[in-house]
Write a protein that binds this ligand. Sequence first.
Ligand code: ADP
Length: 503
Amino acid sequence: MALPGTSSGLHIVHIAAEMAPVAKVGGLADVISGLGKALQKKGNLVEIILPKYDCMQHNQINNLKVLDVVVQSYFEGNMFANKIWTGTVEGLPIYFIEPQHPGKFFWRAQYYGEHDDFKRFSYFSRVALELLYQSGKKVDIIHCHDWQTAFVAPLYWDVYANLGFNSARICFTCHNFEYQGTAPAQDLAYCGLDVEHLDRPDRMRDNSHGRINVVKGAIVYSNIVTTVSPTYAQEVRSEGGRGLQDTLKIHSKKFVGILNGIDTDTWNPSTDRFLKVQYSANDLYGKSANKAALRKQLKMSSANASQPLVGCITRLVPQKGVHLIRHAIYKTAELGGQFVLLGSSPVPNIQREFEGIADQFKNNSNIRLLLKYDDALSHMIFAASDMFIVPSMFEPCGLTQMIAMRYGSVPVVRKTGGLNDSVFDFDDETIPIELRNGFTFSKADEQGFDSALERAFNYYHRKPEVWKQLVQKDMKIDFSWDTSASQYEDIYQRAAARARAAT
Ligand code: ADP
């Protein structure tokens, strides 16, 4: 193993708006900790910069303490002080930024969804770079993620490089092109970016309206641009790019899709402390014990131990195929299975619609809808379910299908994005048999979904031995970050080598 500071160990800093388990909204959080740990294990020095949210899980941070130094940072024509806290999360060193700004940017009792998100995260991006600049650290790679920290790329090259802070190279990962961070052009000036210089079609002006677009800016200004699966990287070169397809084509040489891994320490059925009974591929007794426990906990029918349980854990947003999730509830009931949904929606009418469905089924002991975010319960559902549905309209990578397989729950998914790179149809004879691990469908309609779910039910009921082998095979697939982290390491190394050659 190479040690940090030696020729092959890199100094990598992630600047992000989320990190599991301390500040998690979705998959981005899992990536920061999973990729961070894997890169650290490979001998790199990895540090992470996060906002100090009032609502984060403070009990997940070790040795949280405030530093003596205060970092002064520019915003809207003034300098503002920022307290810097340090701590470790899952063994990774973290800097938490606490602005002393009257806008109380991270004292909002939620991570996103505020009227001034653009301001809050442009402020954060600027302080994160200021912290690195003032610390005098010799960073090799600054890795920013999604629109919230996309500001880092133009700030670095247009502001900080001019101050002599230019040894690092910038990697930007877009976890979802649906969210691009657009605003009136003049809002770029808050964090000290030059509006006139950047509000141009080849820089940060959005491709279809007069606003500026920070994800576009990060694509233009970063040295490396990645997204989270090879199939999604293809999809976003056309409609999936949500208007950025031409920008991605122009910058295609630096753009690559790398499939996310999962954190196999957090998601490990043989050590998972949230489960009633731990289990492994060679000892599946625990899986049925967890199914029994979940049924009891949710007051579901336990009359038939081999009645299949279908799970779904998701943000309820249109991307996730809300209409097919709703349909799956009725279809599972029709097929004689049980269904557990854990999900919450930031969209009030979707949340209300599912509350209505939950109400409709409240006296049905086979269906449960839990419309909230609950990490502990998610572990139990992965363990207890026999099948797991992900009928997304589009899915940059998707983590739940991989977690489900690790827990022996067979995925039924739509062939899109990262689902297409991780789930291979059990009946598809064009695919090598050893890769076939689930059930897939292509068309985003009820018929497509039904045929995949029906095939899964058929195997489950009629070929229990084949099903058991499939479960065991899925549990043994290596979805760890190891391979993907090596790919990131490789592109970082090449960028760092080019940077060294340039000096
Ligand atoms: P996205 O990032 O689009 O939300 P991913 O599949 O990449 O989707 O990641 C979702 C992550 O969030 C998974 O770890 C999943 O288990 C978790 N998750 C989603 N909804 C919930 C919920 N209601 N309760 C607990 N965990 C959830």
